[in-house]
Design a protein around this ligand. Structure first.
Ligand code: NAG
Length: 345
């Protein structure tokens, strides 16, 4: 359900890390495999128990719909957004359906393939087509500098009432992105993002939506991990943050959270389809199961093997326009394990 804040992150760090960033090796600009050996934040105490022991995971289908027709994303930019930041996020979303490999392999679309393995009771798989169907900018902070779960729905209501923003019950995802100066209920204390659906009394319709915030000025060490580490981690031997693939700690950090939430909305849009656990008010969903895992050999508190380019930027998948992204893995219902396109096997 939620992308949790890794509250207990690193507190029990009891060994010394020597994270070296070799000065970029001359002229070798080909990405190399790289295992940062950064201890994972977590709540991974919660996902850790799933690693390698799929018997413990009881991911169940609860008979509700998944998003099986081509998915339309409606973007709501809340607050102040630079054009370049918007473009970075849109490039990630549009990469989900980009199969052209000229940007390199593996692709974001290979990552979404795991998501598309989920079906509903009609046998329909989650669609592999994901597009941006509309954008709405609330740059006047219509609900102020603090959003709650309810005022967020008011923002969606305003967007839906404005002309070009369709009411799309069938295959729409309304994605609210808040800028780094906006505080949000539970943000940085309990969550980095979440998804749910709107209520007819607030919005007029039941529409699946997700929210993700830019944590750059509020809690990057939690929500933009591993591109920032918590402030209390310092001193000799403390792990260094990794270099973000697109040079924007806050937005590069949001990308993995956006991927997490989109995978979960697609597989559990009305919170009655795919989740583990008995409690539908706190479901463990297909991305929650792999929180903090980005590559092979991850687990036991490590993010796993990712890639690093000649300038030290870390990533694990490629997108359109030669973009690179670092995105967490997803629970694979066929393999009954977390999987991602950069797996080494
Ligand atoms: C649909 O999901 C099933 C079950 O996971 C899988 O075997 C099949 O390959 C998927 N089909 C497509 C087109 O992705």
């Amino acid at each position: 359900m939620y992308q949790f804040v890794p509250i207990f992150f690193l507190i029990s760090l009891s060994f010394t890390l020597t994270l070296s960033y070799p000065t970029p090796q001359t002229l070798n600009l080909r990405p190399q495999y790289y295992n940062p050996k950064l201890p994972l934040p977590s709540t991974l105490s919660s996902s850790k128990k799933f690693e390698g022991s799929s018997d413990l995971v009881h991911l169940n289908y609860h008979m509700g719909p998944v998003l099986s027709s081509p998915i339309n994303i409606y973007l709501v930019w809340y607050g102040k957004w630079a054009q370049s930041q918007k473009q970075l996020i849109k490039d990630f979303i549009l990469s989900i359906s980009t199969v052209d490999k000229t940007s390199g392999s593996p692709m974001v679309s290979d990552w979404w393939r795991t998501v598309s393995l989920y079906t509903d009771q009609t046998g329909g798989n989650i669609s592999r087509k994901v597009g941006i169907a509309g954008e709405y900018s609330d740059h006047v902070y219509s609900q102020g500098n603090h959003l709650t779960r309810l005022t967020m729905q008011q923002v969606i209501a305003n967007a839906v009432k404005s002309g070009p923003f369709a009411v799309n019950h069938k295959n729409g995802i309304y994605l609210i992105l808040s800028s780094d100066d906006v505080t949000v209920q539970d943000f940085c204390r309990a969550v980095c993002g979440f998804h749910y659906f709107t209520f007819p009394s607030m919005v007029g319709y039941t529409l699946p939506y997700a929210w993700v915030g830019n944590s750059a000025k509020q809690c990057p060490g939690m929500c933009a991990y591993p591109f920032a580490v918590p402030g209390y981690v310092n001193g000799a031997g403390a792990p260094k943050a990794l270099v973000p693939p697109n040079g924007d700690v806050g937005v590069d950090g949001m990308i993995s959270v956006i991927g997490h939430e989109l995978a979960e909305v697609a597989s559990n849009p009305l919170v009655n389809a795919w989740y583990a656990g008995e409690d539908p008010t706190a479901p463990t969903e297909i991305a929650d199961l792999c929180l903090g895992l980005y590559g092979s050999g991850g687990g036991g508190g490590y993010m796993g093997q990712v890639m690093r380019d000649g300038a030290g930027r870390t990533f694990n998948m490629n997108g359109r326009s030669k973009r690179r992204f670092l995105v967490q893995w997803i629970w694979n219902p066929v393999l009954k394990a977390c999987s991602g396109p950069n797996a080494l096997d």
